[in-house]
Design a protein around this ligand. Structure first.
Ligand SMILES: Cc1cc2nc3c(=O)[nH]c(=O)nc-3n(C[C@H](O)[C@H](O)[C@H](O)COP(=O)(O)O)c2cc1C
Ligand code: SF4
Ligand code: SF4
Length: 232
C-alpha cells in the first residue's frame, strides 16, 4: 500500500500533495486528521512546509510513528530558506529515503500567488521514480542554516508576528474549529500558537489581524529563491 500524507496550514503543501497523489493515483491523507495512521506502507510521500528552517513539530511526531518501507519527503517553503530539513529526515528517523524535493511556494506572511499545478512539472522525475517501483536510496546534501535557525523557532515566530481578533468577529467559531489556540473567545491566541495563520485563512470576516515586526518585514524583502530542487 502506498500513500501521500500532508501537513498544510495555508494550502501550499496540500496543493503539492494533491498533484502528486493525482499523478500516481495514490490515497492522500491530512496528517492532522489522523486518517491512514497506524497502517504499514510500502512507499509514502510526506509533504509539509518548512517553519523557521525546521520541520514543524506536528510533522516530527508524525514521522516518529509512521510505518513505511520507503519514504519520499517533499518540503514546501516560502522561497526564503528551506533549511536542512530533508537531510534531517534522512538522518534522524531511520527510513530508507528514495527521493525528495524542495518546492518554493507562497510564503505565509507575503501577499503573493500560491503554488499551482502548472509550477509542479519539475516533480515529474520524482513521481516517475515512485511509479516505476525503483527503490534506490538517495542522500541529501547537508545545507547550511542561518545562525539562529535552531534557537526556539516557534518562540521566534510568536515574537515576529502578532495576531489578534478584531471587532469584525461574528463569532462563527471557524477559527476555533481549526485550532485549539482560540478556545475561550480570547482576543489573542494561546501561548501555543505557532503563527501558521490557518485560522486567518478560514476567517471569512477578515477579523483576525496579523502584524509583522519591522525586522521580519525587512527579512522578507530579501532576494527570493524560485528553483524546485528534486532528488532522485
Ligand atoms: C511559522 C512559519 C515559519 C516559516 N519559516 C519559513 C522559513 O524559514 N523559510 C521559508 O522559506 N519559508 C518559511 N515559511 C513559509 C512556509 O514554509 C511556506 O509558506 C509554506 O509553503 C506554507 O505551506 P502550507 O500552506 O502548506 O502550510 C514559514 C511559515 C510559517 C507559518
Ligand atoms: S473565524 Fe473569524 S469571524 Fe469566525 S469566530 Fe473566528 S475570528 Fe470570529
Ligand atoms: S491560532 Fe496560531 S496556531 Fe492556531 S491556526 Fe491560528 S496561527 Fe495557527
Amino acid at each position: 500500500m502506498n500513500a501521500v500524507f500532508y501537513y498544510s496550514n495555508t494550502d501550499q503543501s496540500k496543493t503539492v500533495a494533491e498533484y502528486i497523489a493525482n499523478a500516481l493515483g495514490w490515497d492522500i491523507f491530512n496528517i492532522e486528521d489522523g486518517d491512514g495512521e497506524g497502517l504499514e506502507y510500502e512507499k509514502a510521500f510526506v509533504v509539509f512546509p518548512v517553519h523557521c528552517q525546521n520541520i514543524p513539530a506536528r510533522v516530527k511526531s508524525f514521522l516518529s510513528n509512521l510505518l513505511a518501507r520507503y519514504l519520499i519527503p517533499v518540503a514546501t517553503y516560502g522561497r526564503m530558506h528551506h533549511g536542512n530539513v530533508l537531510y534531517e529526515i534522512e538522518n534522524d528517523y531511520g527510513f530508507t529515503v528514495i527521493g525528495g524535493a524542495f518546492v518554493p511556494a507562497k510564503h505565509t506572511y507575503i501577499e503573493e500567488e500560491g503554488v499551482s499545478s502548472a509550477d509542479l512539472w519539475a516533480l515529474e522525475p520524482l513521481i516517475e521514480k515512485a511509479r516505476e517501483g525503483k527503490a534506490s536510496s538517495v542522500s541529501f546534501l547537508r545545507e547550511k542554516k542561518d545562525l539562529f535557525a535552531d534557537l526556539a523557532p516557534e518562540w521566534r515566530s510568536r515574537v515576529g508576528v502578532s495576531l489578534r481578533r478584531t471587532k469584525d468577529c461574528k463569532g462563527c467559531l471557524l477559527c476555533e474549529a481549526v485550532c485549539p489556540c482560540w478556545k475561550g473567545r480570547e482576543r489573542t491566541p494561546s501561548k501555543e500558537c505557532i503563527r501558521c495563520l490557518k485560522c486567518v485563512s478560514v476567517c471569512k470576516e477578515k477579523a483576525l489581524k496579523v502584524r509583522l515586526t519591522l525586522p521580519l518585514k525587512l527579512y522578507l524583502r530579501k532576494k527570493k529563491l524560485s528553483e524546485v530542487k528534486v532528488f532522485v
